[in-house]
Design a protein around this ligand. Structure first.
Ligand SMILES: NC(=O)c1ccc[n+]([C@@H]2O[C@H](COP(=O)([O-])OP(=O)(O)OC[C@H]3O[C@@H](n4cnc5c(N)ncnc54)[C@H](OP(=O)(O)O)[C@@H]3O)[C@@H](O)[C@H]2O)c1
Length: 264
C-alpha cells in the first residue's frame, strides 16, 4: 500500500513537531514546512533515525505562509513529486494577550494574516489539490483531510483575547464551510482548539511562574496541555474517515466548563 502523503505547516513548532513524530511512526510520507531550514533538516533527520530508516525520508520545504504564492508553491511541488496530497495540518499561529484598546491596526493585521489568512491559503490550496484523486483504482472511498488549529479562546470569552479570538473564530468558520463544500468529493475539514499548551509559542506564559499558575487555574483540569496531547487529536481528525466539520477542543475543559481553581 502507498504511504499517505501528508504536509505539515509549522512542522518544527511544539504542536507541529509532535504531529510529525506521530505521523512518521504511522508510516506517512511527510512534507515538513516552516521558515527555518536548519530546524526542518534537524527534525527530518530525527524522524528518519527514530524509525531506524523504516519510515520514508521526509521532504522539507521552507515557506513563509503569510504569502499565498508560497503556499501554492508548496502544493505544486508536492503534487509534482508525489502525484498528490492526502492530508494537511496547519499548525502555524500566535497567541495575542492584550486589551483591545492596546491592539494597534498593525498588530490586528499581523494576527489576522498569520492565523486566519495563512489558514485560508492552505485550505484553498488543499481544496484545489486534494480532491484530485491520487490513486483510487480499487473501490475504497476517497479520504483526504485537512486539520486547522484554532484556539479555545475563540469559543469562550476570556478577557483581553479580542484579536486572537477574532482571528481563530475565522478559522472555524472557513473550516466548516469548506467541510460542507467538499464532503461530496471526499475531502474532510476539521479543527483542533487547544487550550494553553506547553510549546515555544506559549513560553512567555509557561516560563513565568505566576503567569503559568494563573493559566493553569483557568483550565478546569488545573493544568496546561502538552503538545503531544494536541498532536494526537490532530492525527485522529486527519485519519478518521467519518469525522468532518468538527472542532475538537483539547483544552482541559477551558472552552466549556467553569474552573473551580480560579477562585482559590
Ligand atoms: N501553544 C498554545 O498554547 C496554543 C494555544 C491555542 C492555539 N494554538 C495554536 O496552535 C498552533 C500551533 O502552535 P504552537 O504552540 O505549536 O506554535 P509554535 O511552537 O510557535 O510553532 C509554530 C510553527 O510555525 C512555524 N511558523 C511560524 N510562522 C510561520 C510562517 N509565517 N510561515 C511558515 N511557518 C511559520 C514555526 O517555524 P518557523 O519559525 O521556522 O517558521 C513553527 O514551526 C497555532 O495555530 C497556535 O495559534 C497554540
Amino acid at each position: 500500500m502507498t504511504a499517505p502523503v501528508s504536509i505539515i505547516f509549522g512542522a518544527t513548532g511544539g504542536i507541529g513537531s509532535e504531529t510529525a513524530r506521530l505521523l512518521s511512526r504511522r508510516g506517512h510520507q511527510l512534507v515538513l514546512v516552516a521558515r527555518n531550514k536548519d530546524k526542518l533538516e534537524k527534525l527530518a533527520k530525527e524522524l528518519h533515525e527514530a524509525t531506524g530508516g523504516a519510515s520514508p525520508a521526509c521532504a522539507i520545504q521552507t515557506a513563509d505562509i503569510v504569502r499565498s504564492t508560497a503556499v501554492d508553491d508548496v502544493f505544486d511541488k508536492v503534487t509534482d513529486q508525489y502525484g498528490g496530497v492526502d492530508h494537511v495540518a496547519h499548525c502555524v499561529g500566535s497567541i495575542v494577550l492584550k486589551p483591545i484598546t492596546s491592539v494597534t491596526d498593525a498588530l490586528l493585521q499581523e494576527t489576522l494574516q498569520l492565523n486566519t489568512a495563512s489558514a485560508f491559503y492552505v485550505l484553498r490550496a488543499a481544496c484545489k489539490h486534494l480532491p484530485r484523486v491520487r490513486s483510487n483504482a480499487g473501490h475504497e472511498p476517497v479520504d483526504k483531510s485537512v486539520v486547522l488549529c484554532t484556539s479555545a479562546v475563540s469559543m469562550h470569552g476570556l478577557p483581553n483575547h479580542e484579536a486572537i479570538a477574532a482571528a481563530k473564530a475565522g478559522v472555524i468558520g472557513m473550516a466548516q464551510s469548506a467541510a460542507a463544500s467538499y464532503a461530496p468529493r471526499g475531502l474532510r475539514v476539521n479543527c483542533v482548539a487547544p487550550g494553553m499548551t506547553d510549546t515555544p509559542l506559549a513560553s512567555f506564559i509557561t516560563n513565568r511562574s505566576t503567569a503559568r499558575k494563573a493559566s493553569e487555574a483557568l483550565h478546569p483540569l488545573g493544568r496546561i496541555g502538552r503538545a503531544e496531547q494536541v498532536a494526537s487529536a490532530i492525527v485522529l481528525l486527519l485519519e478518521n474517515p467519518f469525522i468532518t466539520g468538527q472542532v475538537l477542543a483539547v483544552d482541559g475543559g477551558l472552552s466549556t466548563l467553569v474552573s473551580q481553581h480560579a477562585a482559590r
